[in-house]
Unconditional design. Structure first.
Length: 265
């Protein structure tokens, strides 16, 4: 999707588009997978492109993420990351196994965690460093999400900016959409065609994998009766969406239509 902007009174244009997309055969002209992302990070923020080589780590080693120190993996893949310079994680990246991951911010019925936890951008990097496939990266992210939670400010500014996350993960054979609400999550596999995500929940009843307590959580909070079809987006989305998510509805539909128009291109 094209980057859209709006102009605030007396200010330069502010980025207002944050989307990921993936196209897999047969929607691509060649037998390749295409992955892309744009972001609405602050205009003055330094965005670095960095390479981190593969490494082997000793038992008991730790890794300092943006806010938390967690256990290190025995081996980590080489990664290329696009990341805000002030934090450890990344907006998007790829590893030496051909896995690509990007994330978007969302707000859900689950409360936001302003306490320091793992940022969505930390989880992007951790999935890439530890996952040899899109599914393995998803497993890494969900295990760490359930263990440590997500939270902490996502901007280097005095006023905290906190959100939950959706992720798009792809490798050479398939893609996954992973959407989260606090420590809870749902995932959808894409085997062919195209898919985009934006600042909104988009997984309905077509759920391939989920947090084992997801539906019980929805029932216990009174968000779902337990009868009939379960739609993750309907159950966990806020009744009154914040402006960023309202704006994302049109972008999500426009991105979906653009991908449809360019099938095979």
């Amino acid at each position: 999707p094209a980057l859209t902007q709006f102009r605030m009174a007396g200010q330069a244009p502010v980025p207002s588009s944050c989307d990921c997309f993936v196209a897999l055969p047969p929607h691509t002209a060649s037998p390749a997978v295409i992955f892309g992302k744009n972001a609405d990070r602050p205009r003055h923020e330094v965005q670095e492109i960095v390479y981190v080589p593969a490494a082997t780590h000793r038992p008991g080693d730790k890794v300092q993420c943006t806010y938390l120190e967690i256990e290190q993996a025995e081996r980590t893949h080489a990664v290329v990351l696009s990341r805000p310079a002030w934090l450890w994680g990344a907006e998007m990246g790829a590893n030496d196994c051909g896995v690509c991951v990007g994330n978007e911010g969302v707000w859900t019925r689950e409360p936001l965690g302003e306490a320091e936890a793992l940022l969505g951008m930390d989880l992007v990097r951790l999935g890439l460093e530890r996952g040899g496939s899109a599914w393995e990266a998803l497993e890494v992210i969900t295990v760490l999400l359930e263990r440590y939670g997500q939270g902490g400010s996502c901007k280097e500014e005095p006023v905290p900016f906190v959100y939950h996350n959706t992720f798009l993960l792809a490798d050479r054979t398939e893609a996954w959409v992973l959407e989260t609400a606090g420590r809870y999550w749902a995932a959808q596999r894409i085997r062919e065609g195209s898919r985009n995500i934006s600042n909104q929940l988009s997984i309905g009843s077509d759920i391939t994998a989920e947090h084992p307590g997801l539906r019980e959580r929805a029932r216990s909070r009174g968000w779902w009766s337990g009868d009939g079809e379960f739609s993750f987006a309907e159950v966990f989305s806020l009744e009154k969406q914040p402006p960023r998510m309202e704006a994302a509805k049109a972008r999500f539909l426009a991105g979906k239509e653009l991908l449809r128009q360019h099938e095979g291109g």
